[in-house]
Design a protein. Structure first.
Length: 197
């Protein structure tokens, strides 16, 4: 990743530079993608929380999704951008109400298929998130976003940054070309995707 691309992502994650902001930036990291992720979390010395509940065996915790708050100057933030971008390690989000964030995110870890089977839902994988969100109804978007203002993730190959927000019940999706101008994924202006199935 070039310094210009890195700076572009940083400005998108922290539009105000991270100073005196009312919103915080978090990452949901999929530790099953690479053993380096859990080691990076440990080395960061940041507080991180597993999205699974209860007392887990160490082996499971090391491959579970983990939630961590990021800061512009933190070593983990730099590592996620410099070493992990393009590898689908997880997604970022911004929220002004982080107090119940883990509880909210835990609600979506399991889904039921047409046959009633319970399945794990890996929405924290950018490849899943960018396919799932455009299929949501207005009610589903409201439930899924909850206290979250915006989800941000790498797009295919890491050459783009996808931003997902909500306005008036509709999904707002914008794809930012790294080291290029922001472009909507459809249409000429900021995209409004119908929230109906």
């Amino acid at each position: 990743m070039s310094p210009e691309q890195r700076e572009q992502i940083m400005r998108t994650l922290w539009p105000d530079g991270g100073s005196a902001s009312k919103t915080s930036v978090w990452a949901i990291l999929d530790c099953a993608r690479d053993p380096k992720i859990y080691l990076a979390l440990l080395a960061s010395r940041l507080e991180f929380r597993c999205l699974y509940s209860g007392k887990l065996p160490r082996e499971l915790e090391m491959v579970a999704p983990q939630l961590v708050e990021l800061h512009p100057g933190n070593r983990l933030t730099a590592q996620l951008l410099d070493e992990a971008w393009g590898k689908s390690w997880g997604v970022f989000l911004r929220t002004a109400e982080p107090s119940n964030l883990r509880h909210h995110l835990r609600k979506f870890l399991k889904v039921q298929d047409e046959d009633g089977r319970r399945l794990l839902f890996r929405y924290y994988d950018p490849r899943v998130l960018r396919v799932y969100l455009p299929t949501c109804t207005a009610d589903e978007l409201k439930q899924f976003f909850g206290p979250i203002d915006m989800f941000l993730s790498e797009a295919v190959g890491g050459a783009w940054l996808d931003q997902f927000g909500r306005a008036q019940g509709l999904l707002q999706q914008q794809r930012l070309a790294l080291s290029g101008p922001a472009i909507p994924t459809h249409g000429a202006d900021s995209e409004q995707i119908s929230a109906s199935s």
